[in-house]
Design a protein around this ligand. Structure first.
Ligand code: PLP
Length: 367
């Protein structure tokens, strides 16, 4: 859709790229690291001051206590962290429980490792978990449960109660929970982020993944991290060495500065995304497109059945052609694309001017 959008000169609300600039203090620190000659490989688990800073943030924001020397691996994006977790834990034929709608990289990486995703449908518009479906998803082959909170694409923020139940079932099955928390700071309407690893008894069987791409608008820096039990972190570190050697050294220095930004940075970021969410949602509603309002992250799924298109791909093509707006066909986020023919995903991490242009385009749909 990004390529099609470029050809059509439209507004790209498809790919999850944030338009916001990187804070100047972070850029300066990375440039300084390059100027100072910090341009060689780092330890495969990442530079010491960054791991210490991540441990301090995990304690204060996530209520996770961990040893920065043995439990943290700095990775090539949170994408890299998820790949390492899968390679460290899964053998062909193993099963992994995944909530749908899902982030396709998760499912594709599981499949690449020969594992079988077992899907739990979340029910729109609130994306609730059906407890009996959750329970039934576990089998003797379950090795992993994948949680993404706040969730891409639906914006669900898992509650403490939901996470407790997931943790309880995972522990009973001897499975490790891998939680992708890359949108942990992007929260709306008073929703609070809860890290599953902070729940009693869960730190021993949880891998917490996060990263810098979304919170600091630096998707191209490719920096993320995992916090894991010591034995798993050790394997993930060795795999990080084998696949990547290390994450980019000077940029690791730069993001230390990111973690020192004041609390107001995070509040303003969420408030800014809430404004963007509301603006785009209103534009969609006026065009007869019904958004499922997200609690966090910067996407929503919206029902486009009123447009009368035969499927989601046709609806996405119509939006690009008539409204000059690119989005992602909803089928990309569900195991059975045919069941979700009426949904499209919109990303609202864009400049206000671009979102206004998108809304003007959507208004043309009725004409
Ligand atoms: N995890 C989720 C749920 C995402 O939505 C994305 C990007 O869209 C990523 C991971 C990728 O993160 P990173 O840039 O840290 O690899």
């Amino acid at each position: 859709m990004s390529r099609e959008c470029e050809r059509a000169g439209g507004v790209n609300l498809g790919q999850g790229i944030c338009d916001q600039p990187v804070e100047s203090a972070i850029r300066r620190r990375a440039a300084q690291a390059i100027d100072e000659g910090r341009n060689q490989y780092s330890k495969f688990e990442g530079i010491d001051p960054l791991r210490s800073r991540i441990a301090a943030k995990a304690a204060s924001y996530n209520a996770i206590s961990c040893d920065p020397d043995t439990q943290i691996v700095v990775t090539v994006g949170s994408t890299g962290a998820f790949a390492l977790a899968c390679l460290a834990l899964l053998d062909p034929g193993d099963e992994a429980v995944v909530f749908a709608p899902y982030y396709a990289y998760h499912v594709n990486t599981l499949r690449l490792c020969g594992a079988k995703p077992v899907f739990i449908p979340l029910a729109p518009p609130a994306w609730e978990i059906d407890d009996s479906a959750l329970e039934a998803a576990f089998s003797g082959k379950t090795r992993m449960v994948v949680v993404n909170t706040p969730c891409n694409p639906c914006g669900k923020v898992f509650t403490r109660g939901e996470l407790e139940r997931i943790g309880e079932l995972a522990r009973a099955a001897g499975a490790v929970v891998v939680t992708d928390e890359i949108y942990e700071y992007i929260l709306f309407d008073g929703n609070r982020h809860v890290s599953l690893a902070s729940l009693p008894g869960m730190s021993e069987s949880t891998i917490t993944i996060s990263g810098f791409s979304k919170t600091y608008s630096m998707t191209g820096w490719r920096l993320g991290y995992a916090i894991a039990p010591v034995d798993i972190a050790e394997k993930m570190g060795l795999l990080n060495d084998l696949l990547y050697v290390c994450a980019p050294t000077p940029l690791q220095h730069g993001v230390i500065e990111a973690m020192d930004l004041p609390p107001s940075y995070y509040d303003e970021m969420s408030a800014g995304y809430a404004r963007r969410r509301d603006l785009l949602a209103e534009g969609c509603r006026r065009a007869g497109i019904e958004p499922c309002m997200p609690q966090g992250a910067y996407y929503f799924l919206a029902d486009v059945s009123a447009l009368g298109c035969p499927d989601d791909a046709a609806a996405a093509a119509l939006l690009l052609q008539k409204a000059g707006v690119a989005c992602v066909p909803g089928g990309a986020f569900f195991p059975d694309p045919a069941a979700r023919r009426s949904l499209l995903r919109f990303c609202f991490a864009k400049e206000i001017g671009d979102l206004e242009r998108a809304c003007r385009g959507l208004a043309r749909l009725g004409s």
